[in-house]
Design a binder for this molecule. Structure first.
Ligand code: SIN
Ligand code: MN
Length: 262
């Protein structure tokens, strides 16, 4: 084991050398059951209140599907105590520091709702495909915490193992496929690069956690099932990688201007 630091449950917080190697090799690491059933229950109790409300009435930012269903809620890590605790939970933050460095802060967070039957696709993209334009280097890590079971039917995340090693690919803005402007990789590039063998569906249970590199190609399909597929993605940035000034900086709900180390 890489460390003797333990949680109250006695679980080692830091990744082993082998886990770190897997992350470096594949661009992601999946840890089943990292967040406890009690913690997930507390988070899920807060969710209905967070989904309700106008686009931005309480500081949080909401995106909707064309159907009107809520697609995403940004900034719950600032305004909802259980989500705030999750974003600073050492089980999550310590491994992120192992990858990025000693001081990290929350770049942004979003609950992705993927509601039953209504949650729509996320086209293939790398998060750094658009974060590059925010004036940072590719030193960010995203952490997806499953709030519901994720299955092939309800549009689980799909990742392309090893794709982070390609570096950043060109992205274009798709404004047609969903209600949400998505930066994504064009079909010709995908045909050239992405093989069926690379694609791994990330199915799992509430409390499972996926850590992934900001250049990992990922996406997901429509939710065809009666089960919602809620998750929260918290993205962390190295404090030394704060955004440089750019033309047309994006708002604070998506590119945080609060740099409190976690
Ligand atoms: C994302 O890339 O932010 C969303 C992917 C998903 O929730 O399926
Ligand atoms: Mn993404």
């Amino acid at each position: 084991m890489a460390s003797h630091q333990t949680t109250s449950l006695g679980l080692t917080m830091l990744w082993t050398r082998q886990q770190k190697r897997q992350f470096d090799e594949n661009g992601f690491l999946f840890l089943p059951g990292l967040v406890s059933t009690d913690e997930i229950a507390e988070l899920n109790r807060a969710v209905p209140g967070l989904l309700a409300g106008d686009e931005m009435h309480d500081g949080m930012h909401r995106e909707r599907e064309r159907s009107g269903a809520i697609r995403q809620v940004y900034l719950t890590h600032r305004y909802s105590p259980p989500f705030q605790r999750l974003s600073t939970n050492p089980k999550i933050v310590e491994p992120v520091k192992q990858v990025l460095g000693e001081q990290v802060y929350v770049w942004h967070s979003k609950i992705n709702v993927k509601d039953a039957f209504q949650g729509t696709v996320w086209l293939w993209h790398q998060d750094y495909g658009y974060w590059m334009w925010d004036g940072v280097d590719p030193r960010l890590v995203s952490v997806m915490v499953f709030l519901d079971r994720a299955t092939l039917n309800n549009g689980c995340l799909m990742v392309a193992a090893g794709s982070h090693k390609w570096g950043r690919l060109e992205h274009y803005a798709d404004e047609k496929t969903t209600s949400y402007k998505q930066w994504c990789v064009d079909t010709e590039t995908l045909k050239h690069r992405l093989t069926e063998e690379m694609i791994q569906p990330v199915t799992g249970e509430p409390g499972d956690v996926l850590f992934f590199h900001c250049n990992l190609l990922h996406g997901s399909g429509h939710n065809m099932s009666p089960l919602p597929r809620k998750s929260i993605i918290i993205a962390y940035n190295d404090l030394d990688n704060r955004p440089r000034p750019v033309d047309n900086p994006r708002p604070d709900w998506v590119v945080a201007r609060q740099f409190d180390p976690v």
